[in-house]
Each structure stands twice: as structure tokens, then as C-alpha cells.
Design a protein around this ligand. Structure first.
Ligand code: ADP
Length: 498
């Protein structure tokens, strides 16, 4: 039967909690010229909410507000401990509104509510708490020097930071970016993804309630080539951080080069998940499945090339197809649902096109391959076997629920093939052999390697890409260095008193 998704009373209440405008200088405002766009319900493609669409002039106002807040406001001047305490208040407010935020996340993005409420929102909160804890623990060094001079370093905030985030984990990507930027005393202009502006705007309002001063956090929903480009190229920003496609990442980097500002990029991936012959087969099938299908395949770290040893290949494929075909696809608000709709028509079309290409290029479709249902952006969990390295589904990021299973024979060969990609975000290996685990994890050219697991994202552990998957690291202590600059101070030492 055709699913009739509803907007229930609790959904309506969550939507009413959002001020669908631009957050600039502590106020919610319309975009210049009253420009708006519709954010859509991915279950149906119907409009969900009308949201202000930032234009270049609005971006300019937001950057000026952030500049004013940085140059003259209290945020960079208050103690780290005070900033940390405000961040803790924000985390507590988000915790109080967990269900509302998770509802917004599922409505706007289509992700399973059960996941949003137990993973996305709690992780975002934990993340802010983690960085709140850092706020008073960021300091320089006293450095021994030659002669009668002393030297020490200060770690100062960079200034106004531009941040551009994607739609696949809206609230979590927002927290990843806000945590280190706020803890270190920067002020922020954040461009949220046009597909998923809602949860970020609600968090922006909660930040004001928590005591984040006006102008410190400015949030501008809008289009990439308009608002995003205006932000990335603005002369008034001191740093830019971007998460999204490698293609747009290159554009961002060119803007940063023009303004000679630091840039951090978290970009695409085509992560290899290597299954060794000695792996526990059920665990490996389950692990490789979760590696790819989590969040409907919309993860930059998706294990989108499953390399399986030839000795277990046929059995692995059979079981992988069975697990995928049992995956429950449906309304994200149904508690049993594991997979909701993809985020947009554009993504849906791209995924269906790549599935088509897989078939045309000779991969064997084991399960799925079609649209699920007849409305919205649902895609059947899809598994291809007999995938070879040169096929488009093995080289291009699909960002959908499509598992490609390749066959390998020797360890040297699988390492070479796993590394034979422009990307280097994540990779993983399933084996019981410690030497094998060590050899392969050290040989893989990727910023994260998972052994007998996948999708681990602890706040304290650095995350980022090798090669075209990015520059810099998010999370952990590592991210702090991207949001501070070091000042060296020299001061003569007086002659010793005699
Ligand atoms: P995806 O293909 O997953 O949507 P994008 O890289 O296109 O990834 O988008 C990630 C973020 O970058 C979004 O917030 C989007 O609006 C923004 N963006 C897209 N194009 C540009 C651009 N030319 N300049 C700045 N930001 C952009």
C-alpha cells in the first residue's frame, strides 16, 4: 500500500519552534528583497517550510556583525571557562529539546528518527560538551631561548570564521564546526545546507538563549553558489571551514588562496572495506553492510568499495544481498524503519543514474536497484557483485544505499587497489589476524582506519582526509589548532641582581 506520510501534531510543534530566517547579530531577519526558498519533505517532495534565502548583501551584514562581535564584543575577551560554561548551557538546552531537534532532523533530511534521536542529536550535544571542556585548557608554551631574553606563546582566536556545512548530518556537522570555533573565542558566519536548514536555525536560537552574545554565531541558510560563494570569497573572513564535495572544496580553496586565509576541508570519499578470508563472516557481512548503508549511504566515509577475498566471495555476496534486502525502508518516523528517503530529487536521480551505469557496465545486480514506493526519494537497498575497479560505481562517490562488492586474491594487490583512488577519507579491514590488521591499517592511505568496526566517531579522535578527501582535522585536540593562531612574545630578562 502507498505510504501516506503525515505531519503529526508533534511534527507541527517542532516546525513551529523554528524561526525560518537569517540569524544575524542575535536577531532573526528576512533576507534582503524578501527572498525565500522551500525546504522539502523528502518523503513526498512536498514543501515543508519556507525559509529566508541569504543574498550576498545578507552575507555581508553577517560578516560585519561577526567582525564587530570579534573586535569589540565580549566573546573573545571572556575567559575560556566562561565560554565553556555558556557552551555547556547550550548543550543542556539542546538536550532538553532532543526530541524536537530530532524531529526537525528527520523531517528535513529524511533520516530515520530512531537514529536522529539516539545518535545525531546526542552526539552533537556530547560534541559541544567535549569542546566546552577544552575552552579553558588551550594555552601556549614558555620556550627556553639563547641569551637574556624570554619567549612565550599565546594561542589567540583567528577572528571571523566562515563555515559551510552539508545536509547529510545537519545538526552534527553544525556541532563539529561550532565546538572548536566557539571554545577558542572566534566569531562565526555559518552557511547551512539549502536542503536542511531547520535544526541549525533552532540551535542558533538556543545558543542565544544560552548566552552566546549577539554576532558571535550568525546562521545564513541559502544557496551554495550565492550565499556560500559570497561567504567563502568575502574579504572580511579570517578563516574558512568547509564540508562537502571535493568539487566545491576546490572552489573554496581558490577563494581562500585569493584572501590568503587558512582553509580546512572535509570532502568526499570512496572508502575501501577489506574483508579477509579469516574474518568472522557474519560479523564482516554485518560490518560491511553498516559501513555502507548507515544514513542511507549518505556518509562521506561510506564503505563504498567492499573488497572480499576470493575464497569467501560467493558466500559473502549471498549473505550481503540477504541483509540488504531485509533492510526496512519506510517512513523515518516509523520506529522500525532503518532507511528513510534520500535527501533530495537531485540525489535520488544521481543514485538511480549510477545504478543504471553499474548495470550497463556489467556489474551483477544482486538485490534492489529500483525506487522504493512511488513517491518521495526512497531507493531500494542495492547490492552489486562482480564489480571491477574501473567501473563508475567503483570510482565515483554514489552517496546512496548501493554496495559494490569487489574480489581480491593477495594482500599486496588489495592494498594497492584500495589505495588506487583520489580519495583518502576512511578505510577498514575485517580480520582476526593481528598482523594482517596492522599491515593493512598502516598501508592504507586514509585519515581513519577501522579494524573490525566502522562508523566510530568519538569526539576526542581526529577526523579528516588524505589526498583529495581534505585538509586539516576535525574533532579532538587536533581541530583546536585550526581555530587558533600562535603569537610569540619576546621580553628581555634583566641582568641578575648582585
Ligand atoms: P552536496 O553535493 O553533497 O550537496 P556540496 O559540496 O554541493 O555537496 O554542498 C555542500 C555545501 O556547500 C552546501 O552548504 C552548499 O550549499 C555549499 N556550496 C555549494 N556550492 C558552493 C559554492 N560554489 N560556493 C560555496 N558553497 C557552496
Amino acid at each position: 500500500p502507498a505510504m501516506e506520510p503525515e505531519i503529526s501534531e508533534s511534527h507541527k510543534a517542532a516546525l513551529r519552534s523554528v524561526k525560518p530566517q537569517l540569524l544575524i547579530n542575535g536577531k532573526f531577519e528576512d533576507a534582503s528583497g524578501g527572498k525565500t526558498f522551500e525546504t522539502l519533505d523528502p518523503r513526498t517532495g512536498d514543501p515543508l517550510m519556507t525559509v529566508a534565502e541569504a543574498q550576498a548583501e545578507d552575507v555581508d551584514r553577517a560578516v560585519k556583525a561577526a567582525r564587530q562581535a570579534f573586535d569589540h564584543g565580549p566573546w573573545p575577551r571572556m575567559s575560556g571557562r566562561q565560554r565553556g560554561s555558556i557552551m555547556h548551557k547550550l548543550a543542556a538546552l539542546m538536550e532538553k529539546h532532543t526530541e524536537e531537534l530530532a524531529t526537525l532532523e528527520s523531517l528535513d533530511n529524511g533520516k530515520a528518527y530512531a537514529t536522529a534521536v539516539s545518535v545525531d542529536v546526542p552526539m552533537a550535544i556530547e560534541f559541544l560538551r567535549y569542546y566546552a571542556g577544552w575552552a579553558d585548557k588551550i594555552y601556549g608554551q614558555t620556550i627556553p631561548t639563547e641569551g637574556k631574553i624570554q619567549a612565550y606563546t599565546l594561542r589567540e582566536p583567528i577572528g571571523v570564521v566562515g563555515q559551510i556545512i552539508p545536509w547529510n548530518f545537519p545538526i552534527l556537522m553544525q556541532a563539529w564546526k561550532l565546538g572548536p570555533a566557539l571554545a577558542t573565542g572566534n566569531t562565526i558566519v555559518m552557511k547551512v545546507a539549502e536542503q536542511t536548514p531547520l535544526s541549525a536555525l533552532r540551535v542558533g536560537e538556543l545558543a542565544l538563549e544560552a548566552g552566546v552574545p549577539p554576532g558571535v554565531l550568525n546562521i545564513i541558510p541559502g544557496d551554495g553558489p550565492v550565499a556560500g560563494a559570497a561567504l567563502a570569497s568575502h574579504k572580511g573572513i579570517d578563516k574558512i571551514a568547509f564540508t562537502g564535495s571535493t568539487e566545491v572544496g576546490k572552489i573554496i580553496m581558490r577563494h581562500a588562496a585569493e584572501n590568503v586565509i587558512p582553509v580546512t576541508l572535509e570532502l568526499g570519499g570512496k572508502s575501501a572495506c577489506i574483508i579477509c578470508p579469516d574474518a568472522d563472516l557474519d560479523e564482516a557481512v554485518r560490518g560491511a553492510h553498516d559501513a555502507l548503508f548507515f544514513n542511507h549511504g549518505q556518509c562521506c566515509t561510506a564503505g563504498s568499495r567492499t573488497f572480499v577475498h576470493e575464497s569467501i566471495y560467493d558466500e559473502f555476496v549471498k549473505r550481503a544481498a540477504k541483509v540488504a534486502s531485509n533492510r526496512r525502508v519506510g517512513d523515518p518516523f516509523d520506529r522500525a524503519t532503518q532507511q528513510g528517503p534520500q535527501v533530495s530529487q537531485e540525489q535520488f536521480d544521481k543514485i538511480m543514474g549510477l545504478i543504471d551505469t553499474g548495470v550497463k557496465q556489467g556489474a551483477k545486480l544482486e538485490t534492489g536497484g529500483k525506487r522504493h514506493g512511488d513517491r518521495g526519494y526512497f531507493v531500494q537497498p542495492t547490492v552489486f557483485s562482480n564489480v571491477t575497479d574501473d567501473m563508475t560505481i567503483a570510482t565515483d562517490e554514489i552517496f546512496g544505499p548501493v554496495q559494490s562488492i569487489l574480489k581480491w586474491s593477495t594482500v599486496d594487490e588489495v592494498i594497492r587497489r584500495a589505495n588506487d583512488t583520489e580519495y583518502g577519507l576512511a578505510a577498514g579491514v575485517f580480520t582476526k589476524n593481528l598482523n594482517m590488521a596492522n599491515t593493512i591499517s598502516r598501508a592504507l592511505k586514509a585519515g581513519t582506519v577501522w579494524v573490525n568496526t566502522w562508523n566510530q566517531f568519538d569526539c576526542g579522535v581526529p577526523f579528516g582526509g588524505y589526498k583529495t578527501s581534505g585538509i586539516g582535522r576535525e574533532k579532538g585536540e587536533a581541530a583546536l589548532s585550526h581555530y587558533t593562531q600562535t603569537k610569540a612574545v619576546y621580553m628581555p630578562l634583566e641582568e641578575p641582581l648582585t
